[in-house]
Ligand binder design. Sequence first.
Ligand SMILES: *Cc1c(COP(=O)(O)O)cnc(C)c1O
Length: 420
Amino acid sequence: MIGNERSVAEKMDREDPLSSFRERFYIPTNQAGDEVIYLCGNSLGLQPRATKDALTEELEKWAEQGVEGHFGGSAPWYSYHELLEEPLAELVGAKPSEVVAMNSLTANLHLLMTTFYRPTEDRFKILIEGGAFPSDLYAVQSQARVHGFDPREAIVQVVPRKGERHLRTEDILRAIEVEGDEVALILFGGVNYYTGQFFDLEAITEAGHAAGAKVGFDLAHAAGNVALRLHDWGPDFAAWCSYKYLNSGPGAVAGIFVHERHGESPELPRFAGWWGTDPESRFEMGPTFVPQKGAAGWQLSNAPILSMAALRASLELFSEATMDRLVEKSQRLTGYLSELIDQIPGDHFEVITPKDQKSRGCQVSILAPGRGEALYERLQAADVICDYRRPDVIRIAPVPLYNTFEDVWRFCEILKQSAR
Ligand SMILES: *Cc1c(COP(=O)(O)O)cnc(C)c1O
């Protein structure tokens, strides 16, 4: 059992090899000017100090060069998205040609489902985790409807067993097997936004493919949070947003993964736009769409440079820290949080996030039966920024890039007092 004194937290911070990264972020303050306890990186990651300069650089380029900025300077806008492929690939365990930054998350899910959800009369179902983020549910329901299917028949939600909070992997695999040759697509979250459960993506991919389905993942809560090896695991596609753990600002440009085995197939149906074509011949303005190879062939429009500059500045921090080291710290940080919560006397709270480190990222969801709102108000009054999901769940996410063991310790002290 770990000691619950403040000094233990301070010691862990002193020994933390990643502790200096906190200084590279703006930490929000309260009205008195003191730093708040920010535990909300699962919703909106904090702003890296480098972001402003990265944006200013592009604004100045625009001011000084106008349209010439597309082709001139050190990072010409025409190929700007290519600068992000290497760091994004590192982040999700892919090859650079398998990823690209574009659009927003839900829009990308639709674009990717246009390619990978090709239902037939016999094989038309989409399997999704029960309690998925509503946007994902709306997206799959509307996809089914667009193809002429009734979502009540087409959408299969896999739910936990009675009295349980998480999905057992064996139950997910079983559901895939049971639906078998009626499943066209499995669309699962990587980390569930509500419970924080990190699913066994490799096993799901294997089972999905064995059933003859396509497999895609929504990595909104996984990218930048947990170790991913998309290329090796082999899903057909994935998509994520960049404003949560990727710290790229509200509404930031999102990212996609398309596995190499599809990236080479120009004949795959897709919604096309000029940015999906070969950059060498794009300005010949030909009448026929020929996609370029890789995930880049799914792009529609020229890149939102200001948003991409923010993403680029943020990804530099990830490259420097590396996901391996971040995950290592994250497990210690969240392990510490989970232990301190367990040490609070009484049974005021139930942690509904899996305890097993392989089955969670940094987020811990705390259920406070009958008093969620009151607890949230007390936390807010004590300058804790976290997130509340009606009726009774508080989500806490200590992120390894900028949160400290002391943040976690202070939070748990406040939580303990709120229990009285
Ligand atoms: C945050 C989140 C979204 C939000 O979608 P946007 O298109 O970025 O607004 C969608 N799905 C999941 C699973 C999320 O966590």
